[in-house]
Structure formats: structure tokens, C-alpha cells
Ligand binder design. Structure first.
Ligand SMILES: C[S@@+](CC[C@H](N)C(=O)[O-])C[C@H]1O[C@@H](n2cnc3c(N)ncnc32)[C@H](O)[C@@H]1O
Length: 260
């Protein structure tokens, strides 16, 4: 497999500058997208077990904690942003433990012991974390020998920041998805809200890069789900058709085959 990987000088940053905006958008119980699509997808792939323990990497305001805790699985969230962790403790502190730290250097985070988790999750966070291989190395270190990793992300084949979008084919009366760039890794500065300070970064990688990075840490993909956007009542038929055909989210579950 060939991918165009540019220089590796970049590294993800915390969402500290946009913490209030993001937590406000998500709300204490998660956004409509979290509640309707992303969290159910993650739980379906995770198959939480009572008495098990989950480490959620890039947890933000911790919207995953209550639904995981409700299953009897113990929840720990890790995020680089101190403000998001303090919001997570305020909103969801009763459902889990929250720790400030870098998901690409989990070995250096006090209070996180290697091999003590049954599963690691990335809920809409892996495309904001770089380098990918170091994030997955952290996950591999934190979960025990038969642990699992669950990833929910924007579908990298169809949602490439600034390099994909909807188009209209007048001749065929068809709404289509255009993808201008896919195989090249991209680092894209994002400005989620004008009131936010600082620029967050999104990292596009082709699907194969995720499979290869999981595999290099001893994990094989055992489940994959593709999920469409929320159905919008009253939308024109062409829009509904396109939304039903082109998935919005991709969910992956990978199980450990051997120690990486
Ligand atoms: C889009 S938010 C998702 C937050 C949360 N999982 C959710 O679904 O609401 C991405 C999160 O990744 C965090 N992040 C980015 N790089 C990180 C890193 N190296 N270590 C830990 N967290 C990181 C950001 O601070 C931010 O909270």
C-alpha cells in the first residue's frame, strides 16, 4: 500500500482554546450526533461488560462516561485540555475518572497503569490526534493482552476536511459526493467557532493507514460499521437519497492478536 506521508514534524494540540465552545456545542449529555449516531455506534462495537474497564482517549467533556458506566463498565477519560477535563468532571464526574494527559504519550501520564484496561476508545477524537501510530501505541500499552480498541470517526473515505463536499449533477438530477484528495495524509487547521481562541487541527489519513497502524501494534479489525447521517424530515428526495447512500461515520473494532 502506498500513501503519501509528508514530513512528521506535526503533533496534535489540545482543544484548550475552544473548550468552552466545544463543551457548549456538545452539551452535558452530548450533541444530537453523539446521542443518535456516535455513542450508540461505539457501544455496539465495544460490547461493554460489567466489571470491565475502559480508557477513553481524547475524551473531551466526557459524554461517553454515563452510557458506559450504566453498563457496569468502569470509565476513565484522558484529554490534553485541562478545561475540558474540568468540564467533564463537573458534568460527568459521578460516572467516571478524568485525567489530563497526552494520548500519544500515555506512559508518561501519572495514574494510568499499563495493561490495566480491557478496552480503549477514541470517540470522534482520533482524527484530532497526531501522530496516529503513537496514539495507538498508547492504546496498546494501556489495554491488557486480550484487550480491544474501538474507534468512531468521520468516514475517512468520504469526509476529507476541505477536500470533499456535496455537488449537484443537473443532468442526472443527482446529489453526489466529491472527493478531491484521499491517499495523501493531510493536516488541516480548523477554526470551529469565531469565539474560540487558537486553531485546532484535523488529521486526515486514508483508511488503510488506520488498519496498518492497528496491525503494527498487534490488533486486527474484527468489526467495521458505516453509518449514515441523521435522517432530516422534509429534506428534498435527492438530499435524502445521498444522505442514505454516503456514510457519515465509520466505526472500527480491533482485537489484540498478539503483544505488539
Ligand atoms: C472533537 S473532540 C472529541 C471529544 C470527545 N471524544 C467527544 O466526542 O465529545 C477531540 C478531542 O481530542 C483531544 N485531543 C487532541 N489531541 C490529543 C492528545 N494528544 N491527547 C489527548 N487528547 C487529545 C482534544 O483536546 C479534544 O478534546
Amino acid at each position: 500500500m502506498t500513501t503519501n506521508t509528508p514530513r512528521r514534524t506535526r503533533r496534535s494540540q489540545s482543544w484548550e482554546g475552544v473548550a468552552d465552545w466545544y463543551a457548549g456545542w456538545a452539551g452535558p449529555k452530548g450533541s444530537r450526533y453523539h446521542r443518535t449516531l456516535a455513542v450508540p455506534l461505539l457501544l455496539d462495537l465495544l460490547q461493554p461488560g460489567a466489571g470491565e474497564a475502559l480508557i477513553d482517549l481524547g475524551c473531551g467533556p466526557g459524554v461517553l462516561a454515563p452510557p458506559v458506566a450504566a453498563t457496569g463498565m468502569a470509565y476513565t477519560g484522558l484529554d490534553l485540555s485541562p478545561s475540558l477535563i474540568s468540564i467533564a468532571r463537573r458534568h460527568n464526574g459521578r460516572a467516571g475518572r478524568f485525567v489530563v494527559g497526552d494520548a500519544t504519550r500515555a506512559a508518561a501520564v501519572p495514574g494510568l497503569r499499563q495493561g490495566t484496561f480491557d478496552a480503549a476508545s477514541f470517540l470522534l477524537s482520533i482524527q484530532d490526534i497526531d501522530p496516529l501510530t503513537e496514539a495507538l501505541a498508547s492504546a496498546a500499552r494501556l489495554v491488557h493482552g486480550s484487550g480491544r480498541v474501538v474507534i468512531v470517526m468521520l468516514h475517512p473515505c468520504f469526509r476529507v476536511p476541505r477536500q470533499s463536499g456535496w455537488g449537484w449533477d443537473e443532468g442526472r438530477k443527482l446529489r453526489y459526493r466529491r472527493v478531491d484528495s484521499y491517499l495523501s495524509d493531510l493536516e488541516v487547521p480548523m477554526q470551529p467557532h469565531h469565539s474560540g481562541k487558537g486553531v485546532t487541527r484535523s488529521y486526515h489519513r486514508p483508511l488503510g493507514a488506520y488498519i496498518a497502524a492497528l496491525s503494527s501494534h498487534g490488533f486486527a479489525v474484527t468489526a467495521l460499521r458505516e453509518v449514515r447521517d441523521i435522517e432530516k424530515s422534509g429534506a428534498p428526495p435527492a438530499e435524502r437519497r445521498a444522505a442514505g447512500e454516503i456514510p457519515m461515520l465509520l466505526g472500527l473494532r480491533a482485537d489484540r492478536l498478539r503483544s505488539g
